[in-house]
Every structure is written in structure tokens, then in C-alpha cells.
Design a protein around this ligand. Structure first.
Ligand SMILES: Cc1cc2nc3c(=O)[nH]c(=O)nc-3n(C[C@H](O)[C@H](O)[C@H](O)COP(=O)(O)O)c2cc1C
Length: 203
């Protein structure tokens, strides 16, 4: 069983990196194969060009590898900070380029793209871990928590991933070492809940 971890944060010492690393460690302990991508470290190019957009367009080998891995994944974990109520641009570009037609979704025959897409991802569950400096009440009341709709509905719902769970750790900027340690344990528990220990036969 395979799980993709996609991390979008520029600083290797960040709490986001700690969440992604702990998630990876938990998955490995539970017997999963992990596709791990730290997009900044990989110098991922987020800019999609015109030629790449059509289903039969020109797709470079790096993107092909990402597409293959996401298609193969039984689970997906996304980790990123809240930046303006959105994922960082590098991760937005990963969505644009990797969640392609024919890979993540398709349209019914005869549908030119105006209809309702059919999700193609085989992943059973997607988890999103976010960090934020905004208290939950203000996030909900003032901004409407756009990340929830982006990931749950616009991305994973559309691409056919039925089980979705998202957790935001906040407020990072004033958090203590003890709080962050607790949060890492919490993230690990969530990973184990959705991707529990598997026997050698199931791997
Ligand atoms: C470009 C940018 C935009 C940001 N926008 C928001 C925002 O809209 N809401 C918010 O709560 N925090 C925002 N932040 C703060 C980050 O969410 C915060 O630094 C991050 O979650 C801390 O996690 P880390 O310790 O792993 O870096 C922003 C930070 C940057 C650099």
C-alpha cells in the first residue's frame, strides 16, 4: 500500500516539515510505502504552460512521475501553511500540473469539459494538515475557511477521493514547544487512524 506526502513550505526547520516527517515516519512504521515530496527542496516548477494543458499535451518526465505516483497512491497527505487562505503557489502549481485530465479526473464521452467531472484517483483517503496564525473563530467568521472547500470539494471531491479529513494547527507564532510536541503526536495519531498498521501480506 502506497501513500503520497506532498509538502509545500520553504523552510526545512518549519513546523510543517516536522508534521510531514512525522507523518512519513508513522506511515513507514505502519507498513506503507511512501512517496515523499518536499516541493521546495525538489525545486518543483509550479508554472503550467499552454502545451501541457490538454489531456494529450506535452508533459515532462518530472510531472509524469508525479502523475504516476498520485495514480498509484492508496492515500494522500498534503502539508502546508495557510497563505492568504490558500496553499503556497508552489503547491497550487502542483495541483495544476499533477491533477491532470486522464490522471485525476475525466469527462463523460462527448462532454467537452462543461459537464461534471468523474474522479479517477484510487486513493481511499486524503488528509490535509495545515498551520495558521489565525484563531479558529476568526478564520470561520471573517474568511470562511477557504482551504476546507479548496481541498475537500474542489480538489479531492472532484478527483474521486471519498474520505477526507483536514486538521489545522494554530496559532503557530505563539505556540510553545510542549504544544507543538502534542500537535505532532496528534498528527501521527490521525495518520494511524486513516492508515493503520497493515500486515506484510497487505503491503
Ligand atoms: C505569504 C504568507 C501569507 C500568509 N497568510 C496567512 C493567512 O492568510 N492566515 C494565517 O493565519 N496565516 C498566514 N500566514 C502565516 C503562516 O500561516 C504561518 O507562518 C505558518 O502557518 C507557520 O507555520 P511554520 O511554523 O511551519 O512556518 C502567512 C504567511 C506568509 C509567509
Amino acid at each position: 500500500m502506497k501513500v503520497s506526502i506532498i509538502l509545500g513550505h520553504p523552510h526545512e526547520g518549519s513546523f510543517n516539515h516536522a508534521i510531514a516527517q512525522r507523518s512519513k515516519q508513522t506511515l513507514l512504521e505502519n507498513g506503507y510505502e511512501v512517496f515523499y515530496h518536499d516541493l521546495y527542496h525538489d525545486n518543483f516548477n509550479p508554472v503550467i504552460l499552454h502545451e501541457e494543458i490538454p489531456e494529450d499535451g506535452t508533459v515532462d518526465p518530472v510531472i509524469r512521475k508525479h502523475c504516476h505516483e498520485i495514480s498509484e497512491s492508496d492515500g494522500i497527505i498534503i502539508v502546508h501553511p495557510n497563505w492568504w487562505g490558500q496553499p503556497p503557489a508552489i503547491l497550487k502549481g502542483w495541483i495544476d500540473r499533477v491533477m491532470r485530465p486522464g490522471v485525476a479526473y475525466k469527462f463523460e464521452e462527448g462532454d467537452k469539459g462543461e459537464g461534471i467531472p468523474i474522479g479517477l484517483l484510487k486513493a481511499k483517503a486524503a488528509l490535509v494538515f495545515n498551520t495558521s496564525n489565525t484563531f479558529e473563530e476568526r478564520e470561520l467568521q471573517v474568511f470562511g475557511d477557504p482551504l476546507e472547500r479548496i481541498w475537500r470539494d474542489c480538489v479531492f471531491g472532484l478527483c474521486g477521493v471519498k474520505t477526507f479529513y483536514r486538521k489545522t494547527y494554530r496559532v503557530i507564532v505563539t505556540s510553545t514547544f510542549e504544544e507543538r510536541s502534542e500537535w505532532l503526536k496528534d498528527a501521527s495519531d490521525i495518520v494511524s487512524q486513516y492508515f493503520p498498521l497493515i500486515s506484510v501480506d497487505e503491503r
